[in-house]
Design a binder for this molecule. Sequence first.
Ligand code: PSV
Ligand code: MN
Ligand code: MN
Length: 432
Amino acid sequence: MTMTKIDSAFVKAQNEKEAAFLQRDFDALGEKLSRDGIDIEALTKAASDFQIAVPSWGTGTGGTRFARFPGIGEPRNIFEKLEDCAVINELSGCTDSVSPHFPWDKVDDFTELKQRSDSYGLKWVSANSNTFQDQPGQVASFKYGSLSNTEKASRDAAIQHNIDCIQWGEQLGTKSLTIWVGDGSNHPGQQHFQRAFERYLDSAAEIYKALPADWEMHLEHKMFEPAFYSTIIQDWGSNILAAMQLGPKCKSLVDLGHHAPNTNIEMIVARLIQFKKLGGFHFNDSKYGDDDLDSGSIQPYRQFLIFNELVDAAYRKEPEFDPAYMLDQSHNVTDPIESLVNSAIEVQRSYIKALLVNREALYGYQDANDAMMASTELKKGFNTDVSPILAMARYRKGAAISPIPTYRASNYRKNVDKVRPRDPKATGSGII
Ligand code: PSV
Ligand code: MN
Ligand code: MN
């Protein structure tokens, strides 16, 4: 039986206060959608099936390079992070997996951790490696890069860490490794671009060789930071080149915050789909750079347009199309549980809205060069309020109709604060 951190009877009681109103809103929307030949039950099933992973590091309050302002009752270790992930899933009904980050997630006993996650009904997905900072006592430093470092000892240490991550991930049942490195340069001339990329590719090839048969390796590009002049995998171009050279099990991962402002990310997504190189996503939102703001909080239409490409690929039954969805956010001024619940639902919302687009009608407008009707078809989906569908999907599976009020009424954070005294030295959760 699945263990819950928030009493399911409490969630049920909260839901019952709103169930009748939800049913009315749901019926009204269903009637409206049926006029366009859309079956609300099919959409509710799609919402119910949709799942997005939570990053273990997102459960702690983030920070900037200036300061971190921890909240009360923050998780102090991977077991407590897992408890918070269980709460997020219990409320949202759409986050049944967690992505670990090593060695931030220090694990002494993987069997015990796996048993605990099983008890919450949570799975583990993509293991994230960390070669962007030195660990205490580390001799071969990553100061001048990891997989692309000019020093072989540093490259070897980075390769070995990634291989270790694969082994740790295997014990948890993950099926992919996500690699984001901070390698790059801060001064023009500091680094030989081609030689540095060659070193990166040689190192990544060693990791690729260690991948189990049923695993994928996802490379995450990022334009800048911590290197401010050049970054080794700075954009989707370098990313797909590396993924193509490394082999079919290597794919590109798109973090929404890792592009220049105004980049057409949905078009990058379309290209990666076309060449079978879309490994997955880190969802978040941004205004200026890698802001790691809550998904859909700044540019919800952009997020919708990305899902428009994803839904289109699924509609066309694009071969080998199975991207991994994950959040990657830093919460500085909100309770991370609230932000992660809301964000998961905002991503789910974009998906359901994209399902409203009449694909055949859109193809017709595209073939006829009818720009106005094509964009109107997209806007029709985007402008439809699908909240009753999302809430009904949650209600039917025992998650919360109104997740944030339910969470607050449960007093979860205040209760864990009593058993999680604040560690003033705690670091390593979403600070990057
Ligand atoms: C750094 O930009 C970053 O936010 C990347 O997006 C990674 O996915 C994450 O840190 C964890 O390594
Ligand atoms: Mn990321
Ligand atoms: Mn980032």
